[in-house]
Design a protein around this ligand. Structure first.
Ligand SMILES: [Zn+2]
Length: 115
């Protein structure tokens, strides 16, 4: 390969250019692994299935750590009129999970389908 800085030929596995000292592999030496702190550790697949099958019971909210919302949705579902609102709520949550914009209790995006 060639140095991006000076254009001289360098070894393919060289970390620095022998001619000008340019760091050829900055991404490997500075950040060995990129951890996205905005992504939830919760499984999107699990949230997806819970919201789809038992979404009206707020189970996906319990799973995502949003216990308050889960209880609220559960109480809402018990009442007849409330169950209609809860169904819509569950559907909206499910769409958000599918769209990848659902968040857990820490405000992190539920993005990963698997752990
Ligand atoms: Zn160079």
């Amino acid at each position: 390969m060639f140095c991006k800085q000076c254009g001289n030929k360098v070894d393919d596995d060289a970390a620095f250019c022998a001619h000008c000292g340019y760091n050829l592999k900055p991404e490997q030496t500075v950040t060995p692994e990129v951890v996205d702190t905005n992504v939830s550790s919760k499984s999107r697949l699990v949230a997806f299935l819970l919201a789809f099958f038992v979404g009206v019971l707020g189970v996906h909210n319990f799973y995502l750590g949003k216990t308050g919302l889960g209880i609220a949705q559960l109480i809402l579902t018990i009442t007849i009129i409330g169950s209609i609102a809860s169904s819509i709520w569950a559907l909206v949550d499910w769409i958000m999970i599918v769209a990848g914009s659902a968040k857990d209790s820490d405000g992190k995006i539920v993005k990963k389908w698997t752990d």
